[in-house]
Design a protein. Structure first.
Length: 243
């Protein structure tokens, strides 16, 4: 089976469409959404509609919770805050209710999905160091965990439960699964690893491999919509540079 994991879409319709088109070429059996469907971008309703139509398992991110009013905006920086307030104004009550109903964690036979970390997922801490990865590994009850949130593709490896995990950011090739792993495929709609292409990953459970995919999309169109919506200029500019 070939499972696709994607998240941090951030209301970027152009990036989401490009990733879904790429998945068709990759013979995907099923897909899983890692949260942050909305926030930052100009097409929140359109992206929610696509995820609902896919009917794939999804978890909620901090921007989904904030847009739905479940998380206070003062926890966010000024650009994120402006985008959350804009998003709240542009969602219907029905879309807001759908975001509110997203669970924080979902478990499957050989993997779990969560937006931030299995360790206090409602706190939305970043797994961006071996210390946070170790805390997440301690809560892991499956061989694999797929996360989002940092917008930077990374894999953490647990060689021995007592030692600190290893990690790699060099993900332009296929990774063979060895031991337990925490996998962040990167962001569909707002990459921050200096590669503006949309990111997702594929777990092949027969080959026991994970492949990281990058997909070019019309960044100028998505950035143009952010500017036309009156959202902060930085949110448009960063799409073009991938930071
Ligand atoms: Zn995000």
């Amino acid at each position: 089976m070939r499972h696709a994991f994607f998240g941090d879409i951030h209301a970027n319709l152009e990036a989401l469409r490009a990733v879904l088109a790429d998945m068709i070429t990759q013979r995907i059996d099923d897909m899983y959404c890692l949260g942050d469907i909305v926030g930052y971008g100009a097409n929140p309703s359109e992206c929610i509609a696509i995820i609902r139509d896919l009917a794939c398992p999804a978890v909620g991110g901090n921007h989904d919770a904030a847009a739905a009013g479940k998380l206070a905006v003062d926890q966010f920086n000024e650009y994120a805050r402006a985008a959350i307030i804009w998003t709240r104004r542009h969602l219907s009550q029905e879309e807001t209710d759908w975001l509110l109903a997203l669970p924080l964690i979902r478990h499957f036979p050989d993997y779990s999905i969560v937006h931030s970390s299995l360790d206090d997922p409602g706190d939305f801490n970043y797994v961006d160091s071996v210390v946070e990865a170790a805390a997440c590994f301690r809560k892991m009850q499956r061989p694999l965990c797929f996360i989002g949130h940092s917008h930077v593709p990374v894999v953490f490896f647990e060689d021995e439960p007592q030692a600190l995990p290893r990690y790699t950011l060099s993900l332009d090739q296929t990774i063979q699964i060895e031991g337990r792993m925490i996998v962040n495929p990167g962001s569909v709609g707002q990459p921050r690893d200096e590669d503006p292409r949309a990111a997702y990953c594929i777990y092949d459970s027969d080959e026991m491999q994970i492949t990281f995919r990058r997909v070019s999309y019309d960044t100028a169109a998505a950035a143009g919509k952010v500017r036309a919506a009156g959202l902060p200029e930085l949110l448009a500019f960063r799409l073009e540079i991938g930071r």
